[in-house]
Design a protein around this ligand. Sequence first.
Ligand code: NAD
Length: 322
Amino acid sequence: MSTSTLEPTLAHSTMKQTPIEIKNVTVIGAGTMGNGICHVFANHGYNVSMMDVSQDAMNRAMSTIAKNMDRQIAKQMMTEAEKEAALGRIATYTEMSEALKDADLVVEAATENIDLKMKIFESIDAHAPEKCILATNTSSISITRISSHTRRMGKVIGMHFMNPVPVMKLVEIINGYATDKETTNAVIELSKAIGKVPCVVNDYPGFISNRILLPMINEAILSLQEGVAGVEEIDTIMKLGMAHPMGPLQLADFIGLDTCYSIMNVLHMGFGNQKYAPATLLANMVQAGFLGVKSGEGFYKHVPGNKELIVSDRFATKQWNG
Ligand SMILES: NC(=O)c1ccc[n+]([C@@H]2O[C@H](COP(=O)([O-])OP(=O)(O)OC[C@H]3O[C@@H](n4cnc5c(N)ncnc54)[C@H](O)[C@@H]3O)[C@@H](O)[C@H]2O)c1
């Protein structure tokens, strides 16, 4: 059911024409990534249909979008009137068939679970207009495998946004084995039209971003596990020595240790190479529920409202300092 006004298509000044015309974007899943994706499309003049399983989830998403737009207003990146217009372009739905009625593009950003995504894509394929492009924001699941659950493999593509979506410039575009050129070109042009920088890669485990990032994080965890250095030392070396804005262990806490573990497992299984085996310490922390920011503790302690970096007591002892 729609809870906010869907305005007539008002072309925003930054909206560009693409060979396949995209005006109406449906985003499935209104969590961390879904609300950011809706925010960016609405900001750039697209009609956005946001769909999640409950109205509560969408109310939370709309309030997050409004708060993030307020930050942009404070930084003079948008005006109050532009915020109201952008929010007015987002309609919310709990029924997939309604949310997809006029979609030119779907971006699926639901929970990272392979069985769930297969079911969602079967349903999207059944309800979306024939010409509609089906994109997924998956971090690690094969685009080709997802596309095999549709009758339009050529129109299925990876559109991997980075977190936080309104801030991060990159969209990693992943061509499945059967993705057609027209679809890739449309998604490249669309990414540019929403102010992002597209990079096209092929469909191999972890694509490029996570194939390179996650083994680095895993290596940092292995170094900690072996007592080569402590949490602070590992992160300081990578920040000050390699000019990374944040150390790999802090980043792992932000991504979520369960997500890191699951992506390492995808790489390990996908390549069948021992070099991708997740660190035992990572597995133990996940099994014990120490997941980083989302659970309040990982390599660091995370107290809401406190941005200070406090190493978890478990790693603050001498034994972790070699
Ligand atoms: N969080 C990140 O940093 C990040 C970065 C890049 C890509 N991703 C990918 O983006 C996707 C979403 O991740 P997230 O972090 O936003 O997760 P999240 O848990 O914050 O949100 C997922 C949302 O999907 C909804 N959902 C579950 N089943 C659904 C269904 N059947 N229909 C509609 N909605 C449904 C949930 O209710 C929830 O609101 C995943 O594929 C993830 O791998 C995440």
